[in-house]
Design a protein around this ligand. Structure first.
Ligand code: FNR
Length: 398
């Protein structure tokens, strides 16, 4: 399998939209890897709906306001971020470019944005954290968060959670929308194996081992787990059971609270009812997410459910939203409906394939520029001024 080397590619004109970065990534990556990243589950309906949902909302501009100094900065858990746009956890980033998670972390530090490392990373959580700590105390850096899938036997998650805390991750993002893996039709046809020397660095034993023994079978099974039966094979072969179908609110949240003093963030909340339960059971934040359309294909888009969830949360805990964010205007709309922060998943991978850490920074800069321009055009100077007063839905009588 070919892994692109960003340094050796011919220079192209700088892309000015996320769609252009994706077009470059689609040419740079092998078809297999591009499709692994790009795909959703089943009929790919939610994948499209996550994006098209934004087109059903308009932004209504106010005029004659001083927007000479638009400010996109926000705070999350007391730490300052340059923009309300951050990086969602996504698995196996070294498949997109050799620097993988290290490059993504570098871009996050450089741009000072929210960054969450996937537990299924191809670089160890300690090595990724070193990107932040090597900056020293004089440079302000964003907090790093760590994402996990809980295991059927919760005790099997203890070591990994402790490791993340010791390494200095500020929050533990617990992904709760994967009691079983979604039906990733594409991955079944198009079996993905990690190349020699690449491994799930937090979950598998050690580098030297995986360099000697390529793991196509293990990873084939890992990527191909679609049924409970297959998921068992993941348990045996993937170095830890990744999808727990036996969890409950009380058991899960009390386990996490007793174990760690990191902030606890639940990723994959899609209803006001679950948002209220998250608060009741002590979560510090939620991520409104449908896993980028990779789990339940019949679910609503995240932007559709956001307003009701924000209404139920009433500002008690921060709300992060991900899914389908591809333009600065999408960010504006999500904030207007109640998100405190949005994350981007696939656009980060496109940036990585385009130009490593600089490519990820380029994607963030594109979105930041689009967001500030949208704010100025709407007549808004600060993120806190963005509200649903600036939104309209298409007039049905028009
Ligand atoms: C993901 N996502 C994900 N989520 C998670 O909690 N842990 C993970 O390891 C992964 N891995 C992963 C891999 C790939 C290739 C994709 C595309 C997505 C979901 C991710 O965090 C996020 O919810 C979505 O990607 C957001 O949607 P967009 O921005 O990609 O449309």
């Amino acid at each position: 399998m070919e892994i692109p080397n960003p340094a050796s590619k011919p220079r192209q004109p700088d892309p000015i939209t996320v769609a252009e970065v994706e077009a470059i990534a689609a040419k740079t990556l092998s078809k297999q890897i591009y499709e692994f990243y790009a795909s959703g589950s089943d009929e790919q309906k939610l994948l499209k709906r996550n994006m098209s949902g934004y087109d059903r909302l308009y932004i209504v501009p106010r005029v004659l306001r001083d927007v000479s100094d638009v400010d996109t900065r926000v705070e999350m858990f007391g730490s300052k971020l340059n923009m309300p746009i951050g990086i969602a956890p996504s698995a196996m980033q070294r498949l997109a470019g050799r620097g993988g998670e290290i490059d993504v972390a570098r871009a996050a530090v450089h741009e000072r944005v929210s960054f969450t490392l996937s537990s299924q990373s191809t670089t160890s959580l300690e090595n990724v954290m070193a990107v932040k700590t090597s900056q020293g105390n004089s440079t302000p850096t964003p907090d790093f968060w760590f994402q996990i899938y809980l295991t059927q036997d919760l005790d099997k998650s203890v070591d990994l959670i402790k490791r993340a805390e010791v390494a200095g991750y500020k929050a533990l993002v617990v992904t709760v929308d994967t009691p079983v893996l979604g039906n990733r039709v594409n991955e079944r046809k198009n079996v993905l194996a990690l190349p020699r020397g690449m491994r799930l660095a937090n979950l598998e034993e050690d580098d030297a081992d995986s360099a000697k023994t390529p793991t196509p079978t293990r990873n084939r099974l890992l990527m191909d787990a679609r049924t409970k039966h297959d998921a068992k094979l993941v348990v045996e072969l993937g170095g830890g059971e990744m999808h727990a179908s036996n969890l409950s609110w009380a058991k899960t949240l009390s386990f996490l609270r007793d174990l760690t003093s990191m902030k606890i963030v639940l990723k994959g909340v899609m209803t006001p009812q679950d948002a209220r339960l998250a608060i009741l059971y002590g979560a510090d934040a939620i991520v409104v997410s449908n896993h980028g359309g990779r789990q339940l294909d019949e679910a609503p888009s995240t932007i559709e459910v956001l307003a009701d969830i924000a209404h139920a949360v009433r500002g008690r805990i921060p709300i992060v939203l991900d899914g389908g964010i591809r333009r600065g205007a999408d960010v504006f709309k999500a904030i207007a409906l109640g998100a405190d922060l949005v994350w981007i998943g696939r656009p980060v991978l496109w940036g990585l394939a385009y130009d490593g850490d600089k490519g990820v920074a380029a994607v963030l800069n594109i979105l930041e520029r689009e967001l500030s321009r949208t704010m100025a055009l709407a007549g808004v100077r600060e993120i806190s001024e963005i509200s649903s007063a600036y939104l309209a839905v298409a007039n049905p009588t028009f």
